[in-house]
Design a protein around this ligand. Structure first.
Ligand code: NAD
Length: 486
């Protein structure tokens, strides 16, 4: 049985309660983990508080060295960790390895920044004191909490622990209740590399219980959530009255616009990976595809042919070429939600060109498999447009002009990412200026680069992860005015 990691030690929940983690591909119980409660969350915060002063005082290079050592150990165990991630999350092994590589790259990015943090010197007007000047110091913000979803549990943990630890803060990770196992293994490895007890803890269990306890704890100063917009609202409600520093990376309904002059093969590939990676369970997945009418038929034909190459099955086994493996959806709930959304669209006249159902072979019976779908003639008022579609279903729309495509792209409560596929600079510029999103990719697959700030507008959240920009959320700037030292 797995244990939680609090204050440098593997522990059970104080109440001794546990729950099982099951493989979404076959329903097998993989392991069980402690069902943490308020008292466990409080212990993690207290341990963080006890560790804070010394960790913040440690030289940035020393903090970086410990983390680098840990990251190298994670790399050594890459294959085992990828298998563990596939078993608990469902994604194919190749995608699990990709996620771990992304985690390692993101961690190294912040490790490299550790000794490059700068404050500011500010010359001040001499009217009140000719010797006066200002300094903006950067101080660690305090105890941080990172709340992580199940779709990319490892990279999205990295986007929180990397900047938090490098900036000198302790952090407590609350993984999604269904994906704690690989997270715990990595947290154990990083601690073994020399992190002082309490600097990096992990509490497992239900978000509503531990999440609430961690967010509302008076000692916690910073909360970074990646999750749904509904959970984002809840976190704001709890953290807001305590003036905590929050960033919210929430849901999305990314539009992709393909113009008549685009490189068609690249765009088809962009739609395919953009929509179906991780069985469509990605915040920045392509969730609405707008095709200019001139290329509509050609694009659709090519896309449908490619989507037919997917073969759903256990992520631990490879598909035989030219087939491409797609794992199961993560939970029964996810599959039912996508089925409801698709049914709603077809009841309003939408047409399913491929997939869109459960495979009917015995080999698939025990997993949450769903065949990837391409859907056309989708009414604007259907759930496939108005809700976040967190699975392998792609609604496609025909447009006559870029103004129409942008208006439709913006007609969503979300604003995470968007892409335009064109070689026309006028189109690309207009999209960059007018699409309401935190990110825009031009002729590029939707992807969160560690080097670029990543965050959404509207219901997609507040603040950023990735890039040197994200590090700023883990510091409190302090303005110090020196009136002359005589
Ligand atoms: P979720 O909101 O259900 O859960 C996310 C995390 O929040 C989990 O750890 C969960 O236990 C915790 N949680 C749930 N209720 C809580 C509460 N009341 N207080 C504190 N914590 C609580 O999301 P999910 O289903 O795990 O993930 C899918 C969602 O995440 C999608 O909407 C997706 O778009 C979004 N997401 C966003 C990004 C991004 O960077 N913008 C990245 C990945 C996923």
């Amino acid at each position: 049985m797995a244990k939680m990691f609090i204050n440098g030690a593997w522990v059970d929940a104080k109440k001794g309660v546990t729950y099982e983690i099951k493989n979404p591909a076959n329903g097998d119980v993989i392991d069980s983990v402690p069902a943490g409660d308020v008292a466990d969350a409080n212990s993690a915060v207290e341990a963080g508080q006890a560790a804070f002063k010394n960790w913040a005082a440690l030289a940035p290079d020393a903090r970086a060295e410990i983390l680098h050592k840990g990251v190298m150990k994670v790399k050594e165990q890459m294959n085992d960790l990828a298998a563990s991630l596939t078993k608990e999350q469902g994604k194919p092994l190749m995608e699990a390895q990709g996620e771990l590589n992304h985690f390692l790259h993101g961690m190294e990015f912040y490790i490299g920044l550790a000794s490059k943090v700068r404050g500011v010197h500010v010359p001040l007007p001499p009217s009140m004191n000719p010797n006066c000047y200002g300094v903006i110091m950067k101080q660690p913000v305090g105890i941080c909490v990172g709340i992580v979803p199940w779709n990319f549990p490892i990279t999205l943990m990295g986007t929180k622990i990397g900047p938090a630890l490098i900036a000198g803060n302790p952090i407590i990770i609350k993984p999604a209740s269904t994906t704690p196992l690989t997270t715990l293994k990595i947290i154990g490895i990083l601690n073994e590399a020399g992190l002082p007890p309490g600097v990096l803890s992990c509490v497992t269990g239900a978000g509503s219980k531990i999440g609430n306890a961690l967010i509302s704890h008076p000692t916690v100063r910073r909360v970074a959530l990646t999750g749904s917009s509904e959970t984002g609202k809840r976190v704001m409600e709890i953290a807001g009255p305590h003036f905590k520093r929050i960033t919210l990376e929430l849901g999305g309904s990314d539009p992709m616009i393909v113009c008549p002059d685009a490189d068609m093969d690249k765009a088809v590939n962009g739609a395919m990976i953009g929509r179906y990676w991780n069985a469509g369970q990605a915040c920045l997945a392509v969730k609405r595809l707008y095709l200019f009418e001139q290329i509509y038929d050609d694009f659709l034909n090519k896309l449908v042919e490619k989507v037919k190459r997917y073969e759903v099955g256990d992520g631990m086994a490879k598909a035989e070429k030219p087939k491409i493996r797609m794992g199961p959806l993560h939970t029964a709930f996810q599959r039912e939600e996508i089925e409801t959304q698709l049914k709603d669209a077809t009841s309003k006249g939408a047409k399913v060109l491929v997939g869109g159902k459960r495979p009917d072979t015995d080999a698939h019976k025990k997993g949450f498999f769903f065949e990837p779908a391409v859907v056309t003639d989708v009414p604007e008022n259907s759930k496939l447009v108005t809700e976040e579609v967190f699975g392998p279903v792609l609604p496609i729309f025909k447009v006559k002009a870029l103004n129409e495509a942008i208006a439709k792209a913006n007609g969503s409560q979300w604003g995470l990412g968007a892409s335009i596929w064109t070689n026309n600079m006028k189109y690309a510029n207009q999209a960059a200026r007018e699409i309401q999103s935190g990110m825009l990719w031009v002729n590029q697959i939707h992807y969160g680069y560690d080097e670029m700030p990543f965050g959404g507008v509207k219901a997609s959240g507040i603040g950023h992860e990735h890039g040197p920009e994200a590090l700023e959320y883990y510091f409190e700037p302090k303005s110090v005015v020196f009136g002359g030292l005589e």
